[in-house]
Write a protein that binds this ligand. Structure first.
Ligand SMILES: Cc1cc2nc3c(=O)[nH]c(=O)nc-3n(C[C@H](O)[C@H](O)[C@H](O)COP(=O)(O)O)c2cc1C
Length: 107
């Protein structure tokens, strides 16, 4: 079985992010990007994020969770402490978060 998804790609305008233009605190940059996406797609779950953990079995695992709050100290989401991800984070708190924000078509 093979399905070619090659033409699914949207053409994104290239924009640049220069270190000199970034705020000292990366959360400020996150706030700018989050607000931009949220303003253009208010119906979407802009706060959905992928969290990657290293599991107790040593393998990485991703899943989607909802960001409930962010502060200069970090990102907050709710989950069951006994869940697979809860146990994984207890063992190894190094996690990775990814957000996907569509670029508005009229931009
Ligand atoms: C849109 C969306 C939002 C979700 N939000 C959460 C969440 O905030 N917290 C959570 O524990 N699981 C959330 N889930 C379910 C997780 O993706 C995951 O399936 C579940 O937490 C079990 O993960 P684990 O067994 O690896 O711990 C969400 C799923 C979807 C599709």
């Amino acid at each position: 079985m093979e399905k070619d998804l090659g033409n699914y790609r949207r053409s994104y305008e290239k924009s640049e992010l220069l270190l000199k233009d970034t705020p000292e605190n990366p959360i400020e940059l996150f706030r700018t990007w989050f607000n931009e996406v949220d303003a253009h797609f208010p119906e979407d779950e802009t706060n959905a994020m992928t969290i990657s953990t290293i599991g107790l079995n040593g393998f990485p695992k991703n899943r989607v969770v909802l960001l409930k709050k962010y502060t200069f100290e970090g990102f907050i989401f709710y989950t069951n402490y006994e869940s697979e991800k809860g146990l994984a984070i207890l063992k190894n708190p190094k996690v990775c978060l990814s957000f996907f924000g569509q670029e508005p078509k009229d931009k």
